[in-house]
Design a protein around this ligand. Structure first.
Ligand code: PRX
Length: 633
């Protein structure tokens, strides 16, 4: 496969950038030519940010799975799409070729059809990192069902809320998942989530851990049985086929829930053509992917990084990926480097939080690991501190591998700001330059272009984007007004990212972090309001306030101030009870690192919680701050 849109030099980057801004229609049409369409588009782009109404490649017809799979079969059918590395390094590696992927995806599509799933239906997927998760996702896309993957660390309550919001009628899950030394009982969590749910018709269960599960008659089905049956339907005389549904360019492809500044996660909607083109374009350019390279994105497919850079981007580009079931520290802190060595990985893409946690183990876990196959390193999800950047550069890349620091969001579909590996320069802890088609601007509180400089002379402001790129969020599921309010109403005619940033005189951007009430804990987005709501459900809690604080490994930790008037003998026990409550309501990822019992919360006169205790002049009761500071944990 060749990528005519791959940028190979700084000059080509500048030219592509200029064209993408000056003649976006021509620019994106020429990129879109490299994909497989049932019918080409009538109009490249129509948009306004007021409603918002954003349509790319209107009139175009396609199916993303034909781009991810079918078009590769003739020339690359026996090439691995995935090399699956299990949680336990002694277990069998599975190699999934494009032919095999095609067969399995056709089977899943048939299985879904057999069970009544139709185009536009919502299918919730709650699975571990097994190849069947990819088959499930692409099986949905093949028949035009909208998948909504939920990360395996979310609780039954979180799943129930998402099922309700998406009005999902089908679920695909596993009996359990292996994560390091733990077995997570996924099906049992789904059973709890379904108590009282009248909408879900079918739950399909793939066997991974063979944990005992309760299978409800008429509702629950085994994946293996259903797939066996489907196999006989899609395979005749050795030929496998399941016709892909013809989709409009702007038909929804998936919903992915993410946290915002309110208590309720939002269902971010991405559509077929724009998302496909954006993930592939950025994959090929940011990582400078070349046919034959082995790409290893360590993210979980439960998050957007896995959707875009394990599933859709690499597959559309006909790449070979490593898909990893486990965690970086199991069975020891050398696990990533074992995988790099074992599969001769060329590109590794991971989170700063993982690097910081591995740095804590020193260089011992690297001993005896051959990392010479590595060519490109990447980071995503949170700002990378210089120390971690240099550790990565020196010890993993041996100072020979460009590092790409990719800034983006669930809502942006794929990378917006990043250097292109080895093509445009890196700058430690800076995401650097915008991708072609991305027009960032820093604004002040009033939406005017920022003029304020920080102590180093860098321009400082809230990061917005002036015009749509193909992978931009289209709506929040079931509530378009929410999408408008959240992203397009803060500043007129701008998409507001929620991040603060700096800009240097060469046009490089450095992302400082969220300026809204969203925390970034180990690269996971968590709303302060969500955690407060969860804590407040605990009996005895009167009120709580949650703030982020700098955490050496997680980037940000969660600090909760809690007014508690329940009868309790022991603060430690109460803390544990509160943690248990948060785990029940959201999931273990949202557990506060510290809980401080206080007599009052630092609220302003208008009732807003003050999350930075520096300036106390607007506080209703400044004495509260002294109490808080004196008893800080
Ligand atoms: O604050 C930014 C941070 O992660 C947020 C988006 O989180 P999420 O939607 O979960 O997507 C994460 C994976 C793309 C952003 O608003 N963020 C993401 N990448 C970076 C980053 N902060 C600094 N540098 C990055 N490279």
């Amino acid at each position: 496969m060749s990528y005519p849109f791959q940028i190979k030099s700084q000059e080509q980057y500048e030219k592509a950038y200029r064209e993408s801004v000056e003649q976006p229609d021509e620019f994106w049409a020429s990129v879109a030519e490299n994909f497989q369409w049932r019918k080409k588009w009538d109009k490249v782009l129509e948009w306004n940010f007021k409603e918002p109404n954003i349509k790319w490649f209107q009139g175009g017809k396609l199916n993303i799975t034909e781009n991810c799979i079918d078009r590769h079969l003739k020339t690359m059918g026996e090439k691995p799409a995935f090399i699956w590395e299990p949680n336990n390094p002694e277990d069998r590696v599975r190699v999934v070729t494009y032919n095999r992927l095609h067969k399995r995806v056709c089977q899943v599509a048939q299985m879904l059809k057999n069970n009544g799933v139709k185009k536009g239906d919502r299918v919730c997927i709650y699975m571990g990192m097994v190849p069947e998760l990819v088959y499930a996702i692409l099986g949905c896309a093949r028949i035009g069902a909208i998948h909504s993957v939920i990360f395996g660390g979310f609780s039954a309550q979180s799943i129930a809320d998402r099922l309700e919001d998406a009005q999902a009628e089908y679920i695909i899950t596993c009996d359990g998942a292996y994560r390091g030394g733990k077995d997570i009982p996924l099906k049992s969590v789904i059973d709890d989530a379904l108590i009282g749910n009248k909408k879900v018709k079918k739950v399909i269960v793939y066997t991974r851990t063979r944990t005992p599960v309760s299978m409800i008659k008429g509702r629950d089905l085994w994946w293996e049985d259903e797939m066996d049956h489907a196999e006989t339907q899609v395979e005749k005389d050795g030929v496998v086929s399941f016709p892909a549904e013809e989709m409009d360019a702007e038909d929804p492809l998936f919903i992915l829930y993410t946290s915002g500044s309110t208590g309720k996660p939002k269902g971010v909607v991405h559509t077929c053509a724009g998302y496909m083109i954006w993930t592939t374009y950025t994959f090929v350019n940011v990582f400078q992917y070349q046919p034959g390279l082995i790409h290893f994105c360590t993210a979980d497919i439960g998050w957007v990084t896995g959707h875009s850079y394990i599933v859709y981007g690499p597959l559309t580009a006909g790449a070979t990926s490593v898909m990893f079931e486990g965690i970086p520290t199991y069975p020891d802190a050398g696990r990533f480097w074992d995988i790099v060595d074992k599969h001769k990985v060329n590109i590794i893409y991971t989170a700063p939080t993982a690097l910081r946690s591995l740095m804590g183990f020193g260089l011992e876990p690297l001993k005896g690991k051959d990392l010479s196959s590595l060519k490109i390193l990447g980071t995503v999800g949170e700002p990378i501190n210089e120390e971690a950047w240099h550790w990565y550069d020196e010890n993993i890349g041996k100072k020979k591998c460009p590092i790409v620091d990719t800034w983006w969001q669930t809502e942006t579909g794929a990378c917006l700001i990043s250097n292109l590996a080895g093509v445009t320069p890196a700058k430690p802890s800076w995401a650097t330059l915008p991708m072609p088609g991305v027009q960032p601007v820093l604004v002040d509180e009033n939406g005017k272009e920022a003029t304020e400089k920080d102590e180093h002379g860098f321009l400082k402001g809230n990061l917005c984007i002036k015009a749509p790129w193909p992978g931009i969020i289209r709506t929040t599921y079931g509530d378009h007004e929410r999408c408008r309010k959240n992203y397009f109403a803060t500043y007129e005619n701008l998409y507001f990212t929620g991040d603060g940033a700096l800009k240097d005189d060469k046009g490089n951007y450095r992302i400082i972090g969220r300026v809204d009430d969203v925390l970034n804990v180990s690269g996971h987005r968590i709303g302060t309001a969500e955690v407060e709501n969860a804590i407040d459900t605990h009996a005895g809690v009167v009120e709580s306030a949650v703030v982020g604080y700098p955490h050496d490994i997680k980037g940000q930790g969660i600090y909760a101030y809690v007014i508690y008037n329940g009868k309790h003998g022991d603060d430690e026990m109460t803390r544990k009870d509160i943690l248990q409550t948060v785990t029940r309501v959201i999931g273990p990822i949202a557990k506060p690192d510290k809980i401080q019992f206080v007599s009052g919360l630092p609220k302003t006169r208008s009732g807003k919680i003050m999350r930075n205790l520096g300036d106390t002049t607007t506080l209703l009761d400044p004495a509260v701050v002294d109490d808080i500071k004196n008893n800080r944990l």
